[in-house]
Each structure stands twice: as C-alpha cells, then as structure tokens.
Design a protein around this ligand. Structure first.
Ligand SMILES: Cc1cc2nc3c(=O)[nH]c(=O)nc-3n(C[C@H](O)[C@H](O)[C@H](O)COP(=O)(O)OP(=O)(O)OC[C@H]3O[C@@H](n4cnc5c(N)ncnc54)[C@H](O)[C@@H]3O)c2cc1C
Length: 283
C-alpha cells in the first residue's frame, strides 16, 4: 500500500481491485459479498495509514471511475460526479465553467468519495456545503439515494460506514465570475504551500481539533515539533503533520502518533483523536 497511499508506508493487501465504471463497482461489491471476503474502499489514500504487515482483505480502489454530468437547474447547475473522481480535477473543471461552491477545497488531494466520507473541509468550506445527495451502495451492492440532511455530516465525519461506497454525488453549484473563482483557488493554494510540508509524503492533518482549537497548538505547546521516530517526523512547518522523511515505516508512524497523544495529554491535558484512519493496527 506504500504505492497507493500518500504517506508512502504500508504492506501488501490480498487483492487490489480497480472497477472501471459504476456498474462494475456494484458487481465487484456483490462478488466480494458472495465470496464472504472482507473489503475496504480506497480513493487516493490521502487519509489512511496501512500497517507494515498489510491486510488479509480486498481493497477496492475507485480512482478509475471518473464521470461528471452537468445539468442546468434554474439559475444553477447540478453536477452528478463519480466518487472516484479526483477532487482537485473536479474543482478545476467546475471553476473552468465558472461554477462556484467548491473552490476553497482546492488542492485537498483526495477523491470526491473519500472527501464525502470524511466531510473534507478547508478555509471555512465543507464538501457537504453545495452537496444535494449521495448515491450510496450497501454491502449487498444495492444503491440508495441519501439526501444531504440524512448524511450525518459532522466535523470530519459522515454516516458512510466501512463496506458502504459513495458511488456518486450530486452537487448544486452557482455561477460566479471565473476570475474571482480562480483568485480564490490561487489564494488557497498559496496558503497551503506556505503552511503545509508539501515537499514530504504525509497524510495531511493527523489529529482532529479539540474544542474548536487546532491540534497543532497542543502539539507545539508540548514541545513536540520536529521530533522523530525512525523516518517518521513531526513536521517543523506544521505540527499536526507527520511526514515521512524518506524511510518511515507504518510502525514508526504509529509509535509517533501514540507518543504525541501521550505527551500532549501529560503536558496540556488535551486528549487528541486521530483524523487519519489506521488500517490493520489492531491485533
Ligand atoms: C497534504 C494533505 C493535505 C490535506 N488537506 C486536507 C484538508 O485541508 N482538509 C481535509 O478535510 N482533509 C485534508 N487532507 C486529508 C484527505 O485528503 C481527505 O480526508 C480526503 O477527503 C481523503 O480522500 P481520499 O480519496 O484520499 O480517501 P482515502 O484516504 O482513500 O480514504 C479515506 C476514507 O474514505 C473511505 N473512502 C474512500 N473512497 C470512498 C468511497 N468512494 N466510498 C466510501 N468510502 C470511501 C476509505 O475507506 C477511508 O475510510 C489532506 C491530506 C494530505 C495528504
């Protein structure tokens, strides 16, 4: 999974499956269910850390499924987009059409499906903002349309459970001056470049904020910026990023996560919870 996750760590999985369209995806889900195999969905792998031993499971990677259908709806435009579509590419496309609603999420490196599962957000915007509904497949391969209000969105959370797949999503976007949209995207990119250690592999923010305060404040307060375990390092640029300085293993990343949680609690009293998902670390 080193090759398929942005942290660039992790061992092999039993099967890596690439459905080539939405129908194929549903067939794969039914087939895995019939065979009684455990499986997970993977988008761009930018929010997961997989154990060095790997997983005795199938991983269904959605990234070959890219479809977007634009329909005029009154003064706005409805866009139905596949869950496997890269968020960055999707936002570039909508911006190019002068459509606004997602531009402040520009450069989040995940897919639409991963973004919806995590309710990805940045610079005061959330993917759930302009969302109307989600086509969700259950573990029997049957699909249901779920409206935004029933998606259970919260801070980095949604009702999407393991085994359920975001097949596609329907967004409602409005027209805005294209130059203004592009200016927002440039601003967002500039801020990310200045604040995030983009030069190293990482999984983005490791911990969720605590009571509205960003996690990096607690990590800095505990004096942990720059500490290393093997090749895993707390970024000097942004304390809520663990970066792979070149040779990190998933085990080292996990040890560093545990150390940060322990020391932040001892020194500040704050309990940090992971925003990243750890796959295969139990038992
Ligand atoms: C440099 C960097 C910066 C980042 N900045 C931000 C940021 O500003 N804001 C933010 O919110 N996040 C940020 N992230 C984290 C990450 O990009 C987001 O959480 C993103 O939405 C994850 O999408 P993904 O496709 O990579 O999901 P993955 O990492 O592949 O998967 C994450 C979870 O979603 C599930 N999943 C993936 N696809 C589907 C699907 N189609 N259906 C159902 N479940 C699915 C997986 O099973 C897993 O549970 C950043 C990450 C990096 C590396």
């Amino acid at each position: 999974m080193k090759r398929y996750t942005s942290m660039k760590v992790g061992g092999p999985v039993k099967y890596l499956v690439y459905p080539h369209d939405e129908e194929d995806l549903l067939r794969v889900i039914r087939m895995l269910g019939d065979k009684g195999m455990t499986y997970r969905f993977l988008g761009n792998g930018t929010n997961v850390i997989v154990n060095d031993r790997g997983l005795n499971e199938a991983v269904v990677r959605t990234t070959r499924i890219k479809r977007a259908r634009y329909t005029k709806t009154g003064d706005d435009v409805s866009v139905e987009v596949s869950g496997g579509t890269s968020l960055k590419a999707f936002i570039r496309d909508t911006a190019g059409r002068g459509l606004s609603g997602l531009e402040r999420l520009f450069w989040i490196p995940g897919t639409v499906g991963g973004g919806i599962k995590m309710n990805a957000g940045s610079f005061g915007s959330w993917i759930s903002g302009p969302l109307e509904s989600v086509c969700l497949a259950g573990s029997n391969g049957e699909t249901t349309s779920i409206t935004k209000n029933d998606m259970g969105f919260g801070y980095r959370t949604s009702r999407v459970r393991p085994g359920e797949c975001v097949v596609s999503a329907l967004f409602r976007l409005s027209y805005r001056n294209k130059d203004e949209i592009l200016r927002d995207m440039d601003y967002v990119y500039g801020q990310r470049k200045a604040r995030h250690p983009m030069e190293y592999p990482s999984a983005g923010s490791v911990f969720k904020g605590v009571d509205g305060e960003p996690a990096w404040k607690f990590i800095e307060k505990a004096g942990l910026k720059g500490i290393k375990i093997g090749g895993a390092m707390v970024s000097e640029k942004h304390a809520n990023f663990i970066v792979n300085s070149g040779t990190a293993t998933a085990g080292e990343v996990k040890l560093l996560i545990d150390k940060i949680k322990r020391e932040v609690f001892e020194k500040t009293g704050a309990s940090l919870n992971e925003e990243v998902e750890l796959w295969g670390f139990n038992g």
